[in-house]
Write a protein of this length. Sequence first.
Length: 285
Amino acid sequence: GFDWQNAVNVPLMVEGEQTITPRLFVALFPNDAPMDVKVEGDAPEEQGIRIKGIIQHHFRVADVPGECYPAMTQCSLLGTGYVEGGQWFIRKGWQIDNKEERYFVPIEKRPDAKFVNWFELYPHPAKMRMNDTLPIIRKRYIDAETLKKLAVDSQWDAKKLKEALDSECPAYTESKYKGTRQKEYEILEYWGPWDESFEDDNGEEKKRIAVPYWIIVVNRSVRLRGIPNPYNHQMPPYCKIKLFEDPQPCWFGVGIGQVGKPTQDRINKIVNQRLDNVDLVLNKQ
């Protein structure tokens, strides 16, 4: 190597991640749509081939490998990675009918997959698996245009949308430079049990206990959605991957960032004796 390369301190966990993640990715995704369909019973084989082709098409359009790679990177470093899967992607646009009149309709509907940042999900402290009954919350920040697009695609109430756009983010702070930062909106998505109130045939108010629910709140003040879980599996639409299991049962896995820190500290302080890289520790050699 060159002399200047010796002066650049590259953390071991970064080198480890760049080695582990590509190998795991190639093993899980040997091609752009690694899947197979097995036909059983009296079903014709051509039907299985047709179904496989449809699934592979949606797999490629959703770019599942591309969305999974950053999740695998966080999995290698932090021990846990997340991907949002199973949600339905809807794109709307303008079309012209026979009378040359424009109308706004959905022009694309398909299953989708999206990377979810590790720092956005907050599971219940006792939650162990994605399919158990304990809740999980996703917190993220978006701008006004993204909020409007979510409202159009999800058919939110126009009054609720205006109320949400006028609300203030509780974590918002003014920028030091005026006009350089757009207004942000905090989005909280709750997936978990909720006591649902309803009226029976006699008009009496009753409750259904611990109904799987999906709730969306903007800036902790405006509730845009509060409906039962729309998925047949009744689970949050997130997939979790772990690098190593913790010896003690835990929601989170163990990544190279945790196990590699002692080694990195030792190299920085003892082995790599360079004044521009090392922390000099007196009487601790």
